[in-house]
Design a protein. Structure first.
Length: 410
């Protein structure tokens, strides 16, 4: 039975779906988290604690573990584990992205520099320091612009500014986020810096892909029908297949492939965010991991293969029956947090589930939880999933289901 090391941070949404995929494949799983599991002493061959902030040390510990319990593959599930996975894979002599390429995909400034050097279209950007007077920076940047952290994901800390006073307020708000203890620890020196980018207007899409020996296989292209114009960039609805013209989709795929090459990414899943306007495609970001949250549940391949099973098959060198997504349209809505407060009650779940086309209503926030919206927050209320014959029907189902939900926030 093959054995795989899954790097699962304690706060990830992805645990259930990856473990289900492994079970379906008959794969033995070793779970590594950044904190020791209470059952680790009883199950030392299944549970491992690794320092995700120190890839070299984590690689040494994983290699020592593998000498007693051989590992056939290492799979990261989110941004915080991609560099560690590359380091462990290198130590075990397994096919992998280089540590340098994985690190470049985690550092928004380094990513921008490498993409620009390779001729990949990216917004104009400037690296700034929180030690510098934001008023002085505000006087020299162009508007509208976007202030963003170098290492956070899911639009956390990303703020649009249209004039100098708004810029100063945005930087101060971002600085407060980067001073939160766990954020500062994760970021290290990067928590004292931020990126300023020119705001790129246009339609935004997300591309899900798989790299096979450096070649990009597009798994899905998602439209984002809700405009993402700021001041914050909370993502809500993803729908596939895209309704953009075929030639536009081809250009978006080519830009993503160019971005992966520029960073040196060669193996495994990639998730890219792009914009399209009259000037063509713009690469906003590319990550060396699959889509976040529970959004992968929108994707099925061949006769029902999940994205997680596809990723595990690739990592283990197993046959992948099909990379073709099912023909029906599918979509997800990431339920936004409307305001700060404590979740007291969730109403309307049965009514939301009753909407034709809706497959699942997954409320992931728990009663009594403190809810923090963007840009400070890092979570959603939950996820809605729908399938139908057309993207338009999927979008309508998601919006109607959301309308029927009521979150009581004190």
């Amino acid at each position: 039975m093959p054995r795989i090391l899954l790097l699962l941070p304690t706060r990830t949404y992805r645990t259930e779906d990856f473990l289900a995929a492994a079970l379906g494949l008959g794969v033995e799983v070793v779970v590594a988290s950044e904190r020791a599991n209470a059952l680790a002493a009883e199950r030392p061959d299944e549970l491992l604690a690794l320092d995700f902030l120190d890839p070299a040390a984590a690689a040494r510990e994983a290699a020592a573990f593998a000498r007693a319990h051989p590992l056939d593959a290492v799979v990261p599930v989110d941004d915080d584990t991609t560099v560690v996975a590359a380091a462990i894979s290198a130590a075990l002599g397994q096919p992998h992205n280089s540590v340098a390429s994985a690190a470049a995909a985690r550092d928004k400034h380094l990513m921008r520099a490498l993409l620009a050097r390779a001729g990949v279209p990216v917004p104009h950007y400037t690296l700034c320091s929180l030690d510098e007077d934001p008023g002085a920076v505000a006087a020299r940047v162009g508007y509208p612009c976007v202030v963003k952290p170098l290492f956070l994901s899911a639009s956390r800390g990303v703020i649009r500014a249209d004039e100098p006073d708004g810029f100063v307020a945005a930087v101060r708000r971002l600085a407060a986020i980067l001073e939160i203890p766990d954020v500062a620890e994760r970021g290290g020196e990067a928590a004292r810096q931020y990126l300023v980018e020119a705001f790129v207007p246009g339609e935004e899409v997300a591309l899900e892909g798989l790299l096979l020996k450096g070649e990009l296989q597009v798994l899905a292209l998602f439209d984002k029908p809700d405009p993402l114009e700021g001041p914050f960039f909370e993502e809500t609805i993803y729908i596939t297949p895209s309704r953009l013209p075929a030639d536009v989709q081809a250009e978006l795929a080519a830009a993503t492939a160019g971005a992966a090459r520029a960073l040196g990414l060669r193996e495994g899943p990639v998730h890219a965010e792009l914009r399209w306007n009259q000037d063509g495609p713009w690469v906003i970001e590319i990550a060396a991991r699959s889509i976040g949250g529970l959004c992968s549940r929108t994707l099925r391949f061949g006769t029902g293969l999940s994205l997680e099973e596809l990723i595990l098959r690739h990592a283990l060198g197993m046959e992948i029956p099909s990379l073709e997504r099912e023909r029906r349209a599918a979509g997800v809505m990431m339920l936004p947090i409307p305001r700060r407060g404590t979740l007291r009650e969730v109403r309307g779940q049965d009514a939301a589930k009753a909407v034709p086309g809706v497959e699942e209503v997954a409320v992931t926030a728990h009663l009594g939880q403190e809810l923090i919206p963007l840009p400070e927050g890092a979570a959603y209320l939950g996820f809605l999933f729908a399938r139908a014959e057309t993207p338009e029907a999927v979008e309508a189902a998601l919006r109607e289901a959301h309308r029927r939900l009521d979150f009581v926030i004190a």
